[in-house]
Ligand binder design. Structure first.
Ligand SMILES: [Zn+2]
Length: 235
């Protein structure tokens, strides 16, 4: 962890001046190219509000983002997503549908078990520092196979084959956190804890995201998506 403020400043300045922002200047644009004609949310609270409203439309089966060809050519000029979603790879979890947003609205990082490893963190840093997302939701979901496999691995004292231990090891801290309390529904408790832990990781990751959180430019929150109802509950 870098605790030297001057180094942090230099590091961040380097990120912007040294190439990332320069190289990807065309990736960001001064206006939104999403389907919605609304101006992009100005604050983290506005961004979260827009996501919550979109989820309510999804639950009510009344989406407004249904024509994904709108502004297609304009999107070739740049992107300005307003939120980042860290979601599970589960085929039933589709962030753009769940939050009723169009192409260009969401910067999505997906991995089974929706945890944030270094690669995911780098993606979020890019989404925040270069593209300007205002909020990050780490989105767990009901019936998550990755969390369930982690619980079974702990209970059976056995690791799954192949590269699956990478997932289990990443999700394990959340399961350990809640299992001592003997929750009625261990899977639900671990899923929620995993979302919260990873939202905290995003909020405290030095030097880029921690600084943006401290200055109020971005927020991070955990949430759980209920596959049966479509509703997202923020934690
Ligand atoms: Zn899952």
């Amino acid at each position: 962890m870098c605790t030297d403020n001057s180094n942090e400043t230099i590091s961040r300045r380097g990120l912007f001046a040294g190439g990332l922002a320069l190289t990807l200047a065309g990736a960001s644009a001064p206006q939104a190219f999403a389907q919605s004609n609304d101006a992009p949310p100005a604050t983290p609270a506005d961004a979260l509000e827009r996501l919550i409203a979109g989820n309510a439309r999804y639950v009510a089966n009344a989406p407004i983002n249904t024509d994904h060809s709108v502004a297609r050519s304009a999107r070739a000029l740049g992107q300005q997503p307003f939120a980042a979603i860290v979601a599970c790879a589960d085929s039933r979890v589709v962030p753009e549908l769940i939050f009723d947003q169009g192409p260009g609205d969401l910067f999505v990082v997906r991995v089974a078990g929706n945890f944030i490893n270094d690669d995911g963190l780098a993606s979020l840093e890019f989404g925040a520092a270069v593209l300007g997302v205002k909020t990050i939701i780490v989105l767990g979901h009901t019936s998550c196979g990755a969390v369930d496999a982690t619980i079974k691995s702990i209970q059976d004292k056995a690791l799954p084959p192949g590269h699956l231990p990478h997932l289990v090891n990443a999700i394990r801290p959340a399961v350990y956190d809640v299992m001592d309390g003997n929750p009625t529904d261990l899977l639900a408790a671990a899923t929620a804890r995993n979302a919260v832990l990873n939202a905290e990781r995003a909020a405290t990751a030095d030097p880029i995201l921690s600084e943006m959180h401290a200055s109020g430019k971005i927020s991070s929150v955990g949430g759980v998506y209920d596959i049966a109802t479509g509703k997202v509950s923020l934690l």
